[in-house]
Design a protein around this ligand. Structure first.
Ligand code: GRF
Length: 203
């Protein structure tokens, strides 16, 4: 399966996916990494690993016009699955239609709680005792598509946004490649918005 990874920043989830491929835990290939920001930290990760990279800046472009550029680039690289990894833009309905049930995202909360920006801060300020992260399919609404995998992370009384975020991030790096591998193995089927995961006989 050929992955197209969309980033805007640090790129640690992109790196976790690349590591899982290198360690043969994920049977896929990164066909292209696209950053919408010229200063994203993830750009250096792609360069140093020799992974194909395109910077397509979104600044000043209408959503539809920008998405068309990205769709064209993904098609050029024959991408099967689009992985959003800290990509800080909402996708248009036409993007979602171009890759039906073929766009995934990682979000740092247990959705549907705390969608949107600063999910870890939202969780801390709300006072929940448990938060976590979610891999989900992407639709045209914010953090709202069918949930594929989640991992729970306890909130400690001593937590700051930074300490909580870093424990959640470790879980993100574990479940994102795992969810992609489930898709690769075609073990996920959708029943309405419920993802049903077929057991692995060897597990
Ligand atoms: C992660 O917390 C991810 O869940 C959210 O944005 C952050 C991206 O981090 N969508 P990175 O760029 O993958 O390091």
């Amino acid at each position: 399966m050929r992955l197209g990874i969309l980033i805007s920043g640090r790129g640690s989830n992109f790196e976790a996916i690349a590591n899982a491929i290198a360690n043969r835990k994920l049977d896929a290939e990164i066909a292209i990494v696209i950053s919408n920001r010229a200063n994203a930290g993830g750009i250096e990760i792609a360069r140093s690993r020799g992974i194909p990279l395109r910077v397509i800046e979104s600044k000043g472009l209408e959503r539809e016009a920008y998405d068309k550029l990205v769709i064209d680039e993904l098609r050029t690289h024959e991408v099967d699955l689009v992985c959003l990894a800290g990509f800080m833009r909402l996708l248009s309905a036409s993007f979602v239609k171009a890759f039906p049930n073929r766009v995934v995202n990682i979000h740092p909360s247990l959705l549907p709680a705390f969608p949107g920006l600063d999910a870890q801060r939202q969780a801390l300020e709300h006072g929940v005792r448990i938060t976590g992260c979610t891999v989900h399919l992407v639709d045209e609404f914010l953090d709202s598509g069918p949930i594929l995998l989640q991992s729970a992370v306890p909130v400690l009384d001593t937590d700051t946004v930074e300490s909580l975020s870093s424990r959640i991030l470790a879980q993100e790096h574990a479940i994102y490649p795992k969810a992609i591998q489930l898709i690769v193995e075609r073990r996920i089927t959708l029943n309405g918005r419920r993802a049903v995961i077929q057991e692995d006989d060897e597990e």
